[in-house]
Design a protein around this ligand. Structure first.
Ligand code: TRP
Ligand code: ZN
Length: 475
């Protein structure tokens, strides 16, 4: 059978009331120009990365190479103290630039250790360094801040960002939540390495991405220092806090696994998490080598969230996952995390692929074939929501996690597989993961790769399945 639509907003909408967040605009006061120099050479960096679905996500004019985040979270008062050190490079002469940050109080900004002027404007933190940053120049930005983080409500009604739980916080940033807990260039076009240190009351565990490189307890507080060296989009960062049982081991392939599980979910999670090494091994056979050195799971007990997220190296679940969800989030490590989007419009490259991985897993583990899954969906009438919009053109940020993206996205890959045959199909998937590893890929690049690999013209197929409104006719 077709896997149940766990990640569909239909369910999330019931879990999360639809409401719009009104972003408080802090008065433009603090911008007292520190040592304003003569006519500013260079120009302001753009307030967004140019993505029409989320116009203010990301920023123009610079690239962040590394984030050093030092956080302290008091689980009782839900207060967060933060210091972010960004190692960046100007991509053009910059007289000022933006970071994405919402809520929280900023107490200071420096650029290369010199105090910089800053002001808040909705979700933008506008920074004016004392001197223009020349194109190509590296620089450091330090931002100190604190407050009670509040999640953002996305256009589809779901909450993301720093979401307090009864024992800590569930921290999931897709697509816009990073700005609720650190200042960022928060668009997947900009990928960076991360050091994330989170100090929490002793007895709580803080889990982020990559490897745990340090852990210290003093004065009733434990600091967890995590390091992700591979390029990571801000929406894939986490710093989830809770009371967790921890399990660590290394797989045959040398991948370090760190699982953190809320005890309330442990019994149901255990049989599924046990399969993680075999799932990663199976996915590596299909998609090519696992793109990271670290892996694992964060299984929280966070009722009401209604979704899981493919946080890099270590997916985050709001409750014990089933096997399909585990397969799905780990497939994203290749498709979405290692190979990233350049625009949210291309979201089917993430969700269609991860959903198709579920179908393949069922097919190769005694379940229904991918053809069965396809047929069950195709049987839905033309007025079914599945056909509401084409997955290659969801139309707005409201639709990026909707059924057509997941299910019709997967159907597109199945059509491709039937057209080019298994051998070429899996060659295409592996070439995609290998050729764009640690970087980015667009739909147009995928189509070209599929054509090159198979030697067939596929524009008709993709035009029909990705871009044509309504239920496609049987090929
Ligand atoms: N990308 C997630 C998945 O499919 C789903 C997801 C993450 C999501 N954040 C969301 C869905 C916000 C809706 C709203 O695994
Ligand atoms: Zn997904």
């Amino acid at each position: 059978m077709t896997p149940p639509p766990r990640r569909q907003p239909a369910r999330r909408r019931t879990a999360v009331p639809r409401r719009r967040t009104v972003l408080a605009t802090v008065p433009v006061a603090v911008a007292a120009l520190i040592g304003a120099t003569g006519p500013a050479a260079g120009s302001a960096g753009a307030p967004g990365a140019g993505d029409p679905y989320f116009p203010l996500s990301g920023n123009g004019g610079y690239h962040v190479r590394h984030y050093g985040l030092t956080l302290r979270y008091d689980t009782a008062s839900r207060h967060l103290d933060g210091k972010a050190v960004l190692t960046a490079r100007a991509t053009r002469d910059l007289s000022r630039f933006d970071l994405d940050l919402t809520g929280l109080k900023v107490t200071g900004v420096t650029v290369d250790r010199t105090p910089a002027a800053f002001r808040r404007d909705g979700q933008e933190l506008v920074v004016t360094p004392r001197h223009t940053l020349r194109a190509g120049r590296g620089f450091h930005v330090t931002v100190t801040y604190h407050g009670t983080p509040k999640p953002v409500t996305d256009p589809d009604g779901s909450a993301d960002g720093w979401i307090a739980t009864d024992d800590g916080a569930f921290v999931a940033n897709e697509p816009q939540g990073a700005m609720t807990w650190f200042p960022a260039n928060a668009h997947p076009r900009d990928k960076s390495s991360y050091d994330i240190t989170i100090t929490v009351p002793r007895g709580r565990t803080a889990v982020a991405n990559g490897a745990l490189v340090g852990r210290r307890t003093a004065h009733g507080q434990t600091a967890f220092h995590w390091r992700e060296t591979q390029p990571m989009a801000a929406y894939l960062a986490t710093a989830t806090v809770g009371t967790f049982k921890v399990e660590q081991y290394t797989t045959h392939d040398g991948i370090h696994v760190y699982n953190a599980v809320d005890p309330r979910e442990a019994a149901r999670a255990a049989p599924v998490l046990k399969k993680l090494p075999s799932v990663l091994e199976w996915e590596s056979k299909l998609f090519g080598p696992y793109p990271f050195r670290s892996a694992g799971s964060i299984v929280d007990h966070a009722p009401g969230i209604g979704y899981a997220l493919e946080t890099q190296t270590r997916p985050l679940y709001d409750s014990a996952p089933d096997i399909s969800t585990l397969v799905h989030e780990n497939a994203h490590q290749w498709f979405g995390d290692s190979v990233s989007l350049t625009a949210w419009k291309d979201i089917w490259l993430n969700e269609g692929f991860a959903t198709y991985a579920e179908w393949l897993y069922d097919e190769q583990h005694g379940g229904d074939s991918a053809q069965d899954a396809f047929d069950a969906l195709y049987a839905r009438p033309a007025n079914d929501h599945l056909w509401a919009f084409p997955p290659g053109d969801p139309g707005s940020g409201e639709n990026i996690f909707d059924t057509p993206v997941y299910a019709r996205g997967a159907m597109t890959l199945h059509e491709l597989r039937k057209t080019v045959g298994d051998r070429d199909f899996f060659r295409i998937l592996r070439a995609w993961a290998a050729g764009h590893r640690g970087g980015h890929g667009t739909t147009a690049q995928f189509v070209r790769l599929a054509e090159r690999t198979s030697g067939e013209r596929l524009d008709g197929l993709f035009h029909t399945w990705l871009y044509t409104k309504g239920k496609p006719d049987r090929a």
